[in-house]
Design a protein. Sequence first.
Length: 421
Amino acid sequence: MEISKNGPLSKKFNIIYVEDDEQIRKNFEDIFKEFFKNVYIATDGAKALEKYNDLQKENIRVDAIISDINMPNMNGVSLLKEIRKLNEDIPFYFTTAYSDETYLMESIKLNVTSYFIKPVEIESLLEKVSKDCQKYNQNQIIQNQKNELERYLHAIDNVAIVSKTDLKGNITFANDFFCELAKYSRDELLGQPHNIIRHPDSPKEVFKNLWETIQKGKTWNGKIKNLAKDGSVYYVNSTVIPIFDDLGEEIIEYVGIRFLTTEEEITKREFRKKVIDNIQQSKRKELEYINKIKRLEQEVKKNQKPDLSVYLEQMDNLKRKNGQLKSQVNQYDKQILEYRLKNESLIDSANKKVSESVVILKKIKTENDKLLKDFKELEDEVALKKDVILDLQTRLEERNKRIEDLLDVIKLRDKELKEKR
């Protein structure tokens, strides 16, 4: 994308830019002002939220918010959370020097539009903001048109026969005038096919043409003969309008607006038509005047002699900003290289320590295995010596017993000898 003030942004959009770093804020503020209609600056999330609310009170549209994450008072994630309470769809972008997974996951849950890691590629950021703002504004226009249609329907609800149907033609809404003429209660009508009030004399070709027209997304107009529940007949001039979804792509329902064809109703309808025509004509004239003013302004600008000094000054400013941004990028690259070398050194040191530890562990294991083996041999030797000792003790006890027996015999013999004397 080639950055140009006459490019896709065309100074149509208003943004809020939130950044607490003064140098970065100044650099990007100067660039943004070249491409956006208005750039509102805030130094933290709290000030940005206050600015957003003030702009809403002044009916000034905000098309996008670009914010840092780590800021005092209120960080970027908290700001996004508060903004989403007020507006679920406004494009919101984070620019940050960190890729913290916690921030990232919480941002995704809050429907952040995009996430840019510093140093930011300004062209990518501007291209993304341009596309998202255009889509956001288109959705706003579609929603405003739907709201305007709802206001029109509400305005004619009391003077016209109004109904809504789903894509199959089943009635989902019927106003009081519709129920009154058809002689059905609202409960009797809801969920029923619209042909519940069709007169049997009505040509099938009329309704075939009606469905073919509205299913193509076009409005159908025609006169229809209807049959009320009590058998009475009434004629209506009918307009059936397809209603699209928020993206303007898919038809979601059909709205029918009808007027009785009695003389009194025709007179009223013609009067209302004149009023509407006058309003539309006034709007067309207003639009013509606005376009004429814009053309005159463009002609005045064309007739003015270009001031080359201004262009040269702008070029110098852009070159200076570009140099500052390149310097910032080089500084970041240098820091990244230092971190990388430091990490590689730490990794090498850690690997060396791990290798040394493995060698020591192997040596300890070998010594331990030898000690276990020696201990087992000692255990076996001790067990064997215990058996020998037990055997010797048994033999000693037996000898002692024999000695005692012999002593008893000797004593007995001595006693006998003494008695004989």
